[in-house]
Design a protein around this ligand. Structure first.
Ligand code: ADP
Ligand code: MG
Length: 680
């Protein structure tokens, strides 16, 4: 009997080679394989006779192979040409570079083809259709149905995954114990877990896929919230060694505020009051500060760290990258340098020179791995918390007693959803941008205006006598940096450098560079050595270069609104008017509508909400863009489901706080949570 914990190699047909390849997709157990979900479906359920085929139709036909041969093209590539017929006619079929097909699709075999009909030399043809032998009494898997398409990796094709998952769900004795209490399943009309998996992998139609997805999305939202609730309970038992003495130091805090080159916004003041109240308690603070890009979170953190210092405690500020750590170090120096002597930067490279007993450490995760003396750690600040695992956050606990914890994020997420998803934290919102900041002027630039836009940028740089800097973000498809993207960025860089902006100096930033090199490029850009920085979308969230005033984004329609908003946040950080140019390749109406929102709104959470509405309607799966919220199936657009999950978590815990009647649920929640909380 297989369970979701059984290792994949126990399945027939998965040997060591596939075992390794699957690892690249994050699949090691049968459960991982079952939860490797399709990101779309090809609807090939329409079956037609050959006579009735029409160009452009997405369709399947059942026919007999009449002839098949390998043919060489002029460029010496092999193509496979076949003729397939049924009782009503025949059609030409071609495939590229699959010479083995002549051995599989022998003449007189009956096959099913699925694809989009196209035409060549005024004849209809099938180009690279999916194919499958027709077998009696067996429903086809890859053709003539709703066909799931999976995220792939080298040598693990969708077709292969489809077969494995299908046999797993239909042929093997597989035990999937549903962790959800029966009454919740019934109350919210969910389908059982195993049924949901069948529906999401092999739906009869779109409706079935939606029903399956709904159940799995519910699970995700349910468990995120259940764990949050448990974490909160555990947290509430924690104690700090001593509360901080905020009220004793109000005059000194005022002094720091007076020395700032700006006045704090009302939002910043309110958030500081919330933080001060927490710091004065014996229960450690666990607060999340949600603030749009450029809202000024760093200075809030700096002042909180000063309070820790005044009370005789150390504090640390943890940043996700070296580049950000250096930037924060500078900021903290500027704000607190006259009041605190011992502020240290800790990164992989500064290791040796660091004084181990400073009052404030600013750094990357090197901070956690090094034996710094943090016996008096009173406050830990984690910037861009979505980039850190819960586990890394838990390590902090090893250092000293439990410190107060302030996490910060610029994830644009509507308020109500933040409060629900982060139910284990107290959440503060910085809802106001600093004064004198005018919104970034944003335009959508269609293909025919490209040259004008370049000319405008040229002019803009000249007028500022080279003082203003420009980001050019190159297109990309996946979240990860593949070599193709790096190549695309390099090619675009060359084109821009030699043909478009030969009079300026350009830098190139991409994920193929190591962190040190990236940091060098960015600092050269900051110092003005480059006028223009060509980059893949990795330009770090949080980078603060006030002289950058233009950002040009290629292929803007491929990004989500929130992501575009984050990218746009790289400019408009000083008092100079800034601009965002969204280049498109001409695209669908819905994509254009999305981009237009960006020209109208500049408040992140508002854009997140609009994005949500747009996506909620069309898309089946959420592009994994909420992965950092612990969601891969559900999206923040599932507001209704989120509400239901929340309600059920509440009811469940009121009736059975220790989950003693639900051992499976208890196991799944508590073990994970305790593991997250307890460092190893
Ligand atoms: P984020 O919230 O995105 O981390 P930062 O903390 O990097 O934003 O701040 C963005 C910029 O705004 C910095 O240059 C900072 O000095 C400046 N800033 C912060 N607070 C204010 C304020 N109240 N008035 C004017 N400028 C401010
Ligand atoms: Mg920041």
């Amino acid at each position: 009997m297989f369970t979701i914990e059984t290792p994949v190699e126990k399945l027939v047909m998965i040997g060591p080679a596939y075992q390794n390849r699957l690892k690249k997709l994050g699949i090691t157990t049968i459960g991982d394989l079952l939860y490797h979900l399709p990101f779309r479906y090809d609807d090939f359920s329409l079956i037609s006779t050959i006579e009735k085929l029409q160009e452009g139709e997405r369709v399947s036909v059942v026919g007999t192979v009449k002839k098949i041969e390998n043919v060489y093209t002029k460029s010496r590539k092999k193509i496979q040409k076949a003729i397939v017929s049924d009782s009503t006619g025949s059609i030409d079929v071609i495939w590229y570079n699959q010479p083995f097909l002549t051995n599989i699709l022998k003449p007189e075999t009956t096959i099913i083809l699925s694809g989009v009909v196209s035409s060549f030399a005024s004849k209809l043809i099938f180009e690279s259709p999916s194919y499958e032998m027709q077998k009696e009494k067996i429903q086809p898997l890859h053709t003539a149905r709703f066909v799931p398409v999976y995220p792939e990796t080298a040598s693990v094709s969708s077709k292969w995954l489809r077969s494995r998952i299908f046999s797993l769900l239909s042929k093997f004795p597989l035990l999937v114990e549903d962790p959800l209490p029966q009454n919740i399943i019934q109350k919210y009309s969910l389908v059982p877990q195993k049924r949901a998996l069948e529906m999401i992998h092999f739906p009869k139609n779109g409706e079935e896929a939606r029903i399956g997805r709904r159940r799995l999305a519910f699970d995700e939202l349910f468990f995120v919230q259940l764990r949050a609730a448990v974490r909160r309970k555990l947290w509430e038992k924690e104690q700090v060694s001593q509360p901080l003495f905020v009220n004793d130091h109000l005059a000194k805090i005022k002094q720091v505020e007076r020395d700032l080159p700006f006045t704090l916004t009302n939002s910043q003041r309110r958030v500081l009051r919330e933080i001060f109240a927490d710091l004065s308690k014996t229960r450690p603070m666990n607060r999340l500060l949600v603030g749009d890009v450029g809202s000024g979170k760093t200075v809030v953190a700096a002042i909180a760290m000063y309070v820790a210092f005044l009370s005789g405690f150390q504090s640390i500020l943890l940043a996700p990258t070296e580049i950000l750590a250096k930037q924060h170090y500078k900021t903290i120096q500027q704000v607190l340098g006259t009041f605190i002597k011992r502020i240290e930067l800790v990164t992989a490279e500064t290791k040796k020179s660091v004084s181990r007993t400073a009052s404030i450490f600013v750094g990357t995760h090197a901070l956690l791995s090094q034996s710094l003396e943090l016996k008096h750690l009173g406050l830990a600040v984690i910037d861009e918390q979505q980039r850190f695992g819960v586990r890394q956050r838990a390590i902090l606990r090893l250092k000293g007693t439990y410190p107060h914890l302030l996490s910060m994020t610029a994830t644009p997420i509507p308020r109500t959803i933040a409060l629900t998803l982060f139910a284990d934290l107290d959440v503060s919102f910085l809802e106001e941008l600093p004064h004198g900041r005018s919104p970034v002027k944003t335009w959508v630039v269609p293909p025919h205006k490209r040259e004008n836009a370049y000319a405008w940028i040229r002019n803009h740089i000249h007028e500022s006598k080279g003082g203003n800097r420009v980001f050019i973000v190159c297109p990309f498809i996946e979240e990860s940096q593949t070599m193709t993207e790096v190549k695309a960025a390099k090619a675009e860089f060359e084109r821009l450098r030699t043909h478009v902006f030969p009079e300026f100096s350009l830098g190139l930033l991409h994920g193929g560079l190591n962190e040190k090199k990236r940091s060098e490029v960015l600092s050269a850009f900051r110092k003005g050595k480059y006028n223009i920085l060509v980059s893949t979308p990795i330009i770090e969230v949080g980078i603060d270069i006030p002289t950058a005033t233009i950002i040009l984004i290629e292929g803007a329609e491929r990004f989500g609104l929130s992501q575009l908003h984050q990218l746009r946040g790289r400019v408009g950080r000083g008092s100079t008017q800034s601009y965002c140019l969204l280049f498109t390749y001409g695209s669908s109406i819905i994509a254009m509508k999305r981009l237009t929102y960006l020209t109208q709104y500049s408040y992140g959470p508002k854009l997140a909400e609009l994005d949500m509405q747009l996506r909620g309607s069309g898309e089946i799966f959420g592009l994994k863009q909420h992965g950092h919220l612990g969601l891969t199936i559900a999206t923040i657009a599932d507001v209704d489901l989120l509400q239901k999950a929340r309600e059920s978590v509440g009811e469940l815990l009121t009736r059975d706080p220790l989950l003693s009647r639900f051992p499976l649920l208890r196991k799944k929640t508590l073990e994970d949570t305790i593991e997250e909380i307890a460092p190893d």
